[in-house]
Ligand binder design. Structure first.
Ligand code: CIR
Length: 255
């Protein structure tokens, strides 16, 4: 059984952090409807969805991926790079403690879950504006006893590593080579996004399905040509907050 933890869209999302995008009005009701449809896609992919209540004083709290990394053996609550997001961590830790032993990234470390791409026993971490060397080193110290390697990967021009690369199917990664050097994933089959869709590298592989934004038809064609069918979702309002599909859930094996 897969568990997917999600959190409702904050009434304060208009005040979200933005790094690479200009602020646009976000239609809260539409964002919430899209988020519910996303949760339904997770359920269809086989997840038991634990949908946490919205936190209206924490604008970015729908993006639960950033506040924790859940391995089979342990959960790591992060210390997000954006200070406004740090209070989100205290709201996720008790939830995760129902499933895993929980550890915490400590200052001066910063780490966003959006920078953490786990491929089997290999963990890649974006060296981004959000995750620093101390955060990466602390993750390494927690994960290596369980047999994981942790490798820092430079990213440029985007928020997180998973803005630039995600797993699209077993053994296959979807990558934007303008934002990350794909040689780090050299033993995987690489599919490049269509250059006209720079944000298209973020898909969520869950239960053998690729949950994927419907706003990237050109890259979707490339995926389908490679034999990967997608489960399209409309996340246009969440994209205005610089979010995508991985960032709205924490998916892990239940016990
Ligand atoms: C932020 O800047 O932190 C949010 N507005 C967006 C976070 C998106 N997270 C993700 O892709 N993992």
């Amino acid at each position: 059984m897969l568990i997917a933890i999600t959190r409702g869209v904050s009434a304060g999302i208009a005040a979200c952090e933005l790094t690479h995008l200009d602020r646009q009005a976000i239609d809260l009701e539409r964002a919430r409807a899209q988020h519910r449809a996303y949760e339904e896609a997770l359920a269809r992919a086989g997840c038991r969805v634990e949908s946490l209540p919205a936190l209206d004083d924490l604008p970015d709290s729908v993006f639960v991926e950033d506040v924790a990394i859940v391995l089979d053996e342990i959960a790591i609550v992060t210390r997000p790079g954006a200070e406004s997001r740090r209070p989100e961590t205290a709201r996720i830790a008790p939830v995760l403690s129902n499933y895993r032993r929980v550890t915490f990234i400590q200052a001066p470390g910063t780490l966003d879950g959006g920078d953490v791409l786990t491929l089997g026993r290999r963990i890649f971490v974006g060296q981004s504006g959000r995750s620093n060397e101390s955060g990466i080193e602390q993750l390494r110290a927690v994960a290596w006893p369980y047999g994981y390697t942790v490798t820092g990967v430079p990213v440029r021009g985007c928020l997180h590593l998973k803005s630039a690369v995600t797993e699209a199917a077993p053994g296959v990664v979807l990558v934007n080579p303008a934002w990350v050097d794909a040689t780090a994933f050299g033993d995987m089959r690489l599919i490049e996004i269509d250059p006209e869709e720079p944000y298209a590298a973020n898909g969520l592989l869950v239960g053998g399905r690729l949950i994927y934004p419907e706003s990237f038809p050109r890259t979707r064609k490339r995926l389908e040509a490679a034999g990967i069918s997608v489960e399209p979702v409309d996340v246009s309002e969440l994209q205005k907050a610089e979010g995508a599909v991985t960032c709205c859930s924490l998916v892990f094996a239940g016990v």
